[in-house]
Design a protein around this ligand. Structure first.
Ligand code: NAP
Length: 290
C-alpha cells in the first residue's frame, strides 16, 4: 500500500473560495470591513514570514490584516494593556498573537486580554472551555485544520481509535476534545507516554493518528497499523528544510492516507484563522443587534 497524500494546498484553495464568498456577504450585510490585528513580539524571521503569508491570504479574501509589533523586552503589563486596547477598538474584528512569546511572558494571561468574541485563534479561556461543553464557536486554528482534513478525506470517526500524540494547549488538547465530539475513542500521548516506553503500543492501535510534538521522525512506519490515517502537524527545521514529526518514507507504505510536511496541515490552518475572523464578525454583529 502507498498512502494517498492529503494535499493541504488543494484543500486550502477549496476552503478559501467558500470563505471569500462568506466574507463578501458578511461585509455587505454589515456595511463595514473585517479587520484582523496580528500581534508580533520581537523580530524573529520565521514569525515575520508567517505574518507576510497570512497577510497575503487575508488580502485575497478581502480581510484587512494589520501587524502590531512590540519589542522583545516588552513587559507583561504593557503587552496586556496594548492588547486590551486593540481588542476594544470597534474597528478590530479579531486579534491574534504570534507564538512563541518571550519566555518571561505569561501567554494565557495575554490571550485572556482578548475579548472572547474577537479571539480568532480560539485561545481565550472562554473559547477553550466552550469546546469541553461541545459548543465551541471559535476553534483553535490548527486543531480545526486537522478536523477539516479528516472531513474532506471522508473519514468517519465514530467508534474509531484516534491517537493524538502531543498534548499542548494550542493543538493536542483541543484536538482530542474535537475528536471525542465526533465519537472517536481518543487516546492522548505525551512526553510521559514516550518516557514510559508506551508510545508505540498506543500508536499501533490507531485508525487515525495525529502527531503534534515538534520532533522530527518521532513516528516511524513500524509504529503504524496497516491502513491507518496519519496527520502530521509537526513543523521542524532540519538542515534548512521543513519536516514533520512523521518519518514519511517508512510511514507512507503503511498508511492509507497521510498529510505531507510542508503542504499538509499548515495551509489549511491559515484558512481556519480567516474563517474564525468571519465567524467572529458575525457573532459581534449578532451581539450588537440583540
Ligand atoms: P508544544 O507546545 O511544544 O507541545 C508539544 C507536545 O508534545 C507537548 O504536549 C509535549 O509534552 C509533547 N512531547 C514532547 N516530546 C514528546 C515525545 N518525545 N513524545 C511524546 N510527546 C512529546 O508544541 P505545539 O505548539 O503543540 O506544536 C507541536 C508541533 O506542531 C510543532 O512542531 C509546531 O511547530 C507544529 N505546529 C504546526 C502548526 C501548523 O499549522 N501546521 C500549528 C501549530 C504548531 P510536554 O509539554 O509534557 O513536554
Amino acid at each position: 500500500v502507498s498512502a494517498k497524500i492529503l494535499d493541504g494546498k488543494i484543500l486550502a484553495a477549496q476552503v478559501k473560495e467558500g470563505i471569500k464568498t462568506d466574507a463578501v456577504a458578511a461585509k455587505r450585510e454589515a456595511g463595514r470591513d473585517i479587520r484582523i490585528v496580528s500581534v508580533l513580539v520581537g523580530d524573529e524571521e520565521c514569525a515575520l514570514k508567517y505574518a507576510d503569508a497570512q497577510k497575503k491570504v487575508a488580502d485575497e479574501i478581502g480581510i484587512i490584516y494589520d501587524l502590531a509589533r512590540f519589542p522583545q523586552d516588552v513587559t507583561q503589563a504593557d503587552l496586556q494593556a496594548a492588547i486590551t486596547q486593540l481588542s476594544r477598538d470597534p474597528t478590530t474584528t479579531g486579534v491574534m498573537v504570534h507564538k512563541p512569546l518571550p519566555e518571561k511572558i505569561n501567554e494565557q494571561a495575554v490571550f485572556n486580554c482578548i475579548d472572547p468574541l474577537k479571539d480568532i485563534e480560539g485561545m481565550n479561556a472562554k473559547n477553550i472551555g466552550n469546546i469541553v461543553l461541545g459548543r465551541g464557536q471559535i476553534l483553535p486554528c490548527t486543531a480545526a485544520a486537522v478536523m477539516e482534513h479528516l472531513k474532506a478525506a471522508g473519514i468517519a470517526l465514530r467508534g474509531k481509535e484516534a491517537v493524538v500524540v502531543g498534548a499542548s494547549e494550542i493543538v493536542g488538547k483541543p484536538l482530542a476534545l474535537l475528536l471525542l465530539q465526533e465519537m472517536a475513542t481518543v487516546t492522548v500521548c505525551h512526553i510521559a507516554t514516550t518516557e514510559a516506553g508506551k508510545l508505540k503500543d498506543h500508536v499501533r492501535r490507531a485508525d487515525v493518528v495525529v502527531v503534534a510534538v515538534g520532533r522530527p521522525n518521532l513516528i516511524t512506519g513500524g509504529m503504524i497499523k496497516d491502513g491507518a490515517v496519519v496527520i502530521d502537524v509537526g513543523m521542524n527545521h532540519v538542515d534548512g528544510k521543513m519536516v514533520g514529526d512523521v518519518e514519511f518514507e517508512t510511514v507512507a507504505p503503511k498508511a492509507s492516507m497521510m498529510t505531507p510536511v510542508p503542504g499538509g496541515v499548515g495551509p489549511v490552518t491559515v484558512m481556519m484563522l480567516m474563517r474564525n475572523a468571519i465567524e467572529a464578525f458575525r457573532l459581534q454583529q449578532q451581539q450588537e443587534s440583540s
